[in-house]
Design a protein around this ligand. Structure first.
Ligand code: ATP
Length: 355
């Protein structure tokens, strides 16, 4: 496993007019499992292809530990890759497909057998080991591809590009936890590209959030959820995402219209801000609270395990996630309370303070 260091790495597909990946400096630390998370078109695949050597960056340099690999093709980088769709030798057995990357590197036969059986047991492939790959359904074939990517313990990095796309949704939960288990065992430097926050949050030691070709925030899953540094992270992570509400800082008070939303922590210059608070933390009361912001209930989604109570403050929708069976009638007046420590203030989309 290696530290993978990017120094001012950026990529443009149109001679520098637009940057699919804006020049960035960032290190993927050895033996950590990263999720690279962002919406479609934000540059995830471009970044992954630069690490793997499928793409040479327009600017910048890449290092695997002390070795510069900027111009080195994929074959010279000692990495394993798994793509969205299965890449297998269809006429070979599942066993031979799993063994192939090891045989290719002249690993002793006994060690090959041990590794193949270990990965096969973890991924639930034991009963199909002798079957030809083309006889498996696409989901199973993809699990074999995943196994091929994970079978070599000594690779510099394992790169996974949306590897569970074709896998049955019910199996995804199991596979993610298996993947975690295999990672604990092998200690690979692992980069897992996904646009699915659940996948990123359940799997990764650290999540790297990419938007519009730039890293917006990195951190442990809980940190991104509890303490978003940018409005984009607030929206993109969470279901539903963070509520945003225009407000005004005057002195050490944050006001929404004539109501007090709370006291500002620390010094913040007066002026407009946006309050960001997750539905999980908004408290909703039938009687006036102080601090508190009056709102009008517009409806309730009964989600089974919880309710989503929709309200409006002026033009702005605010959602509160409450216990199931809440009784907020549409049209009723309600008061929203924004708890300290869990409510943040944003200017130009960047966090500038909190309540
Ligand atoms: P997705 O999740 O949809 O695969 P992504 O986050 O992986 O998206 P990239 O595929 O890296 O994003 O694309 C980033 C930007 O670069 C997009 O605007 C895309 O249109 C553009 N792009 C990607 N590949 C090429 C290419 N070969 N030529 C020109 N533009 C490209």
């Amino acid at each position: 496993m290696a530290d993978i260091r990017l120094e001012g790495v950026g990529h443009s597909y149109d001679g520098g007019r637009t940057w699919a990946l804006k020049p960035m400096t960032w290190t993927w630390r050895g033996a950590r499992a990263y999720a690279l998370l962002g919406p479609s078109g934000c540059g995830k695949t471009t970044l992954l292809n630069i690490i793997s050597g499928l793409l040479t960056p327009t600017v910048g340099r890449i290092w695997f530990d002390d070795r510069e690999v900027t111009g080195v093709p994929t074959a010279g980088r000692n990495i394993a890759q798994v793509f969205q769709f299965p890449v297998l030798y269809e006429e070979m057995s599942v066993y031979d497909n799993l063994a192939f990357p090891l045989r290719n590197r002249k690993v002793p036969r006994q060690e090959i057998d041990r590794r193949v059986r270990q990965v096969s047991a973890l991924l639930g492939l034991d009963e199909v080991l002798r079957r030809r790959s083309r006889r498996l359904d696409p989901g199973r074939q993809q699990i074999v591809s995943l196994g091929r990517g994970l079978v070599r313990p000594e690779v510099a990095a394992v790169l996974l590009d949306e590897p569970l796309t074709v896998v049955d949704p019910a199996l995804k939960w199991t596979l993610r936890s298996k993947l975690k288990e295999i990672h604990r065992d092998t200690g690979h430097t692992l980069v897992y590209v996904t646009h699915d926050q659940t996948e990123a949050l359940t799997f990764a030691d650290e999540v790297v959030v990419l938007n519009d070709g730039a890293i917006v925030q990195t951190g442990e899953p809980a940190e991104l959820f509890l303490s978003p540094a940018h409005e984009f992270v607030g929206h993109f992570i969470g279901s539903p995402g963070m509520n945003m509400l225009p407000a005004e800082v005057t002195g050490d008070i944050v006001r929404v219209g004539k109501s007090t939303a709370g006291a500002v922590k620390g010094d913040l210059p007066p002026g407009p801000v946006r309050i960001g608070v997750r539905p999980e933390f908004v408290r909703i009361a039938g009687e006036r609270t102080s601090p508190g912001v009056p709102a009008r209930v517009t409806g309730t989604d009964r989600m089974g395990a919880y309710d989503l109570v929709h309200t409006r403050v002026g033009e702005h929708q605010m959602i509160a996630k409450t216990e199931a069976g809440s009784s907020h009638e549409p049209g009723a007046l309600a008061f929203l309370h924004f708890p300290a420590e869990r409510t943040f203030l944003f200017r130009d989309q960047v966090r500038c303070g909190s309540l």
